[in-house]
Ligand binder design. Structure first.
Ligand SMILES: Cc1cc2nc3c(=O)[nH]c(=O)nc-3n(C[C@H](O)[C@H](O)[C@H](O)COP(=O)(O)OP(=O)(O)OC[C@H]3O[C@@H](n4cnc5c(N)ncnc54)[C@H](O)[C@@H]3O)c2cc1C
Length: 485
């Protein structure tokens, strides 16, 4: 059946633009690929009215992957500042864990402009100031989208494949009009969504203290009083410019306020966090023209494993719409880049084969989960555990229970094995016995992690075996959910 487009990508943010560009790059004949974004053309990829709200940190590995696979290499000015790694501080700031590995702090506003330029060079078409309202379906397939154009007229556009890259608030996936879909429509907002916010500020240098500001490292502060159920961050953009903010889990903010007899909100926590930083003096909103319209914003990030199934007949989800950010640190740019490239190549193959079925698109699920997404369920469990642990125990655990091997594992994005928390280690016996419940639960997360990683690496090759695989996954997860509820 003839369609208006071969592919429609709803949402021209970071991941929608990479997916569209990758499809265009890997289709042999000229195919019509359309990106629909609600922003105007001079503000592409903006998440919401308050800007491109993000911590902006990404590993060099992710940027290099895109360059190697698709031939597009980001550079300055969209790669705004280079860093040597990330340092996470314990609540008492006495222990730091450095995750070395080069990375960048991006300028997301400039990156969006660069991405649109790259996509257009490969023939991708754009409809700006256009809202994707809902998915169209026919005979078990997604066949297009209903849009609201810039003059607020409702229209329908058809395509062989629709990619949903509309971010964490995706209304397309939530209202997926297919019966008996494997794709999960809703996230558990109470447990798996973080509320976050940040500023981009200029400042004068204050006290020299690399636990508070370091031009060479992205700093993370773990602290249940400052950022309950989440963490706070200080990511450098230069020697006098910073991306600074924090994220919380809403229900942990409520219990933290009850515990401390306070009435804080996300905004008051962010403002207090900034004003208490003695390395950042005389701070003010960035006056850099490249930050205009992007200096202050709040938004939400999903922090669970990716959607168990990311494809349907004629339909693919990527980025935050597929819940890709890492559960442990809410980093969604790296996973988003890997997934968008795999999704783009898979869709390009489906176009060549003229087969848009779930079966034909399934490779995206398998390749992404087996190579990148396999640790996410295990990080989801570690995150759920850490969210219920108070500051004193986190500081103690980071000081005494993390081994060099654990840090190396975390650096390479694997789950730590917490081998130090072993009853047969006489040197550790006293520490384990005095912090028994912490030691026991860390061991539990490590054992559970092994099971979840192994299970995820066996993600099914085709849709037929998916229900059985998913049942087992949920059995493994439910046991941990009830333990850490
Ligand atoms: C405060 C904060 C800090 C973060 N820090 C980091 C970090 O330091 N490192 C990291 O790796 N990740 C971080 N993340 C996560 C990261 O920003 C996201 O994972 C990433 O932006 C996801 O890209 P996306 O393209 O999927 O979605 P988005 O960036 O949200 O893009 C979605 C696009 O779709 C458009 N859109 C939405 N709905 C519609 C519609 N109905 N019709 C048309 N267009 C629509 C939007 O306007 C936007 O252009 C952070 C997130 C937040 C909120």
């Amino acid at each position: 059946m003839s369609r208006d487009y071969d592919v429609i990508v709803a949402g021209g943010g970071l991941t929608g633009l990479i997916t569209a560009t990758t499809i265009a790059k890997f289709t042999k004949q000229n195919k019509r690929i359309l990106v629909i974004d609600r922003n105007d053309e001079v503000n592409p990829a903006r998440k919401n009215i308050s800007g491109w709200t993000c911590g902006d940190a990404v590993s060099k590995r992710s940027i290099d992957f895109y360059s190697k696979e698709v031939g597009i290499t980001y550079e300055s000015p969209e790669l705004e500042h280079k860093v040597k790694g990330v340092v996470a501080f314990s609540p008492d700031r006495e222990t730091k864990v450095s995750f070395d590995g080069e990375g960048y702090v991006l300028n997301r506003k400039l990156l969006g402009l660069r991405q649109v330029e790259d996509a257009k060079k490969l023939g991708v078409e754009f409809l700006f100031q256009t809202e994707s309202e809902k998915l169209l379906s026919d005979n078990g397939y997604i066949t297009g989208v209903e849009i609201l154009d810039k003059d607020k007229n409702k229209k329908t556009l058809t395509a062989n494949v629709v990619v949903d890259a509309t971010g964490s608030a995706s209304k397309l996936r939530q209202n997926l009009p297919l019966a008996n879909s494997f794709m999960e429509k809703q996230i558990d907002r109470e447990n798996d969504m973080e509320t976050t916010g940040r500023y981009i500020l200029e400042f004068d240098s204050g006290e020299t203290d690399t636990s508070l500001y370091d031009e060479d490292y992205c700093i993370i502060h773990l602290n249940q009083d400052i950022a309950p159920g989440g963490y706070a961050w200080v990511f450098p953009k230069s020697d006098n410019k910073v991306n600074i903010g924090l994220g919380v889990q809403k229900k942990r903010l409520v219990t933290r306020n009850q515990r401390l007899g306070k009435n804080d909100t996300l905004q008051s926590l962010i403002d207090e966090y900034i004003s208490s930083n003695t390395s950042i003096k005389n701070y003010r909103i960035s006056s850099d023209v490249d930050d205009s319209g992007n200096t202050r914003g709040n938004w939400q990030v999903p922090v669970r494993r990716q959607n168990d199934c990311m494809v349907e007949n004629g339909y693919v989800i990527v980025g935050d719409a597929a819940w890709l950010p890492r559960p442990i640190d809410a980093g969604g740019i790296g996973p988003g880049i890997f997934a968008s490239v795999i999704a783009g190549k898979t869709i390009a193959n489906a176009l060549e084969a003229e087969d848009y079925s779930q079966n034909s698109l399934w490779n995206y699920n398998t390749e992404y989960v087996r190579n990148y997404g396999y640790q996410m369920a295990s990080f989801e469990i570690l995150r759920r555990f850490l969210q219920i642990v108070l500051n004193e125990k986190i500081s103690y655990g980071m000081k005494h229970f993390l081994s060099a091997d654990d840090v190396e594992k975390i650096t390479s994005r694997e789950h730590p094995s917490f081998d130090k928390v072993n009853m047969f280690n006489p040197l550790m016996l006293y520490k384990i016995l005095t912090h028994w419940s912490l030691a026991k639960e860390l061991r539990y997360t490590a054992t559970k992690s092994n099971q979840l990683v192994t299970h995820s690496q066996n993600y099914p090759e085709s849709p037929e075996s998916f229900p059985e695989w998913q049942n087992k996954l949920h059995l493994l997860l439910n046991d941990a959910y009830s333990r850490f509820s």
